[in-house]
Design a protein around this ligand. Structure first.
Ligand code: AHM
Ligand code: MG
Length: 319
């Protein structure tokens, strides 16, 4: 049996040093705590919304705030963490003055689904950053990316740049490896998109979806990116959240630093691809902590078809 702890110990000397192993152990423990809180949230009065809005203008759920606190505490417990960046915080938070790693996270992705009792998740990424300016580097600078999916099982899906490993939380609260080398199949006839927004899609996305429907692709949309990603890890497919063609300046719906980048790193490490249009997600140099981007990722050969259409310059690149 390989636990998350033994896996990390065995990978020391790669990107992992003792400090980073401690950081990852504490973050994994935070996801275990969040998983616990989710399981009994209705019994503990942790449902519904609060009166607070975050910097994105979104109403915060009690569990958004609690998950954010749990992750911040995990950062404070880790001497090597310099900064924390979160969907739920206006700006970066300084943690330890002599720290070297920034932890960047979406504490509870898909939280609009919380009371519906479907899968939600925590997404995070670790980069080297000694100053706030170091945080704004492209996704290629990520050392670690991961998500925890809180569904019927709690799964921790992680890359340290050596493929993707999946761990499952057991009854004793220990993450046990259940897939040592997760791969996204290169071809799959399934796509995920919020079709209610089709009037805002660009021509490439509209044509892709139309053709997919005409050629017998299936559609699945959870509305919780972690859940949609986890399905793609299991049976392939494509996820699309394009920019609104009527509001190109907004960039898209999903955020680069704590949604698109970690998922992009994981997807590439599993043999898939992740783009915004002509460019790959991981090559974008961020201009702000909460910057939004179009997000299109999944099975390599399907993404290649979409990318070829963008590159044919039929439309301008979104964002
Ligand atoms: P969140 O981090 O506030 O939950 O927002 C991100 C979520 C994604 O999980 C999901 O793919 C998307 O928002 C769904 O957006 P919508 O239902 O508004 O189209
Ligand atoms: Mg999110």
């Amino acid at each position: 049996m390989t636990t998350f702890e033994t896996y990390l110990e065995g990978r020391k000397g790669t990107v992992l040093d003792d400090d980073l192993v401690t950081v990852l152990g504490n973050i994994a423990e935070a996801t275990r705590q969040i998983s616990d809180k989710l399981r009994t949230s209705a019994l503990d009065g942790l449902t519904g919304a609060t009166e607070n809005t975050n910097v994105q203008g979104e109403t915060q759920k009690p569990l958004d705030i609690l998950s954010n606190e749990i992750l911040l505490e995990a950062c404070r417990k880790s001497p090597a963490v310099s900064f924390a960046v979160s969907e739920e915080l206006d700006t970066e938070v300084a943690i330890h003055a002599d720290g070297k790693y920034a932890v960047i996270f979406d504490p509870l992705d898909g939280s609009s689904n919380l009371d519906v009792n479907v899968t939600v998740g925590t997404i995070f990424s670790v980069i080297e950053a000694k100053t706030p300016a170091d945080i704004l580097k492209s996704g290629r600078g990520q050392m670690v990316a991961a998500y925890a999916a809180y569904g019927p099982q709690t799964s921790l899906v992680i890359t340290i740049g050596a493929g993707v490993q999946i761990f499952t939380l057991n009854d004793d609260g220990v993450y046990v490896m259940t897939n040592a080398d997760a791969k996204i199949v290169p071809d799959a006839k399934e796509f995920a998109i919020n079709a209610a927004r089709r009037s805002s899609w660009d021509d490439v996305v509209s044509a892709y979806v139309e053709n997919a429907i005409d050629t017998g692709h299936n559609m699945r949309w959870v509305g919780s990116m972690v859940a949609d990603t986890h399905r793609i890890f299991n049976r392939g497919g494509v996820f699309l959240y394009p920019a609104d063609r009527n509001k190109p300046a907004a960039g898209g719906r999903l955020r680069l630093l704590y949604e698109a980048n970690p998922i992009g790193f994981l997807v590439e490490q599993a043999g898939g691809a992740a783009i915004i249009g002509k460019s790959t997600i991981l090559d974008i140099v961020p201009t702000g902590l909460h910057q939004r981007v179009p997000v299109i990722f999944g099975s390599k050969n399907e993404i290649a078809k979409i990318s070829a259409e963008y590159n044919a310059e039929k439309v301008a690149e979104p964002a």
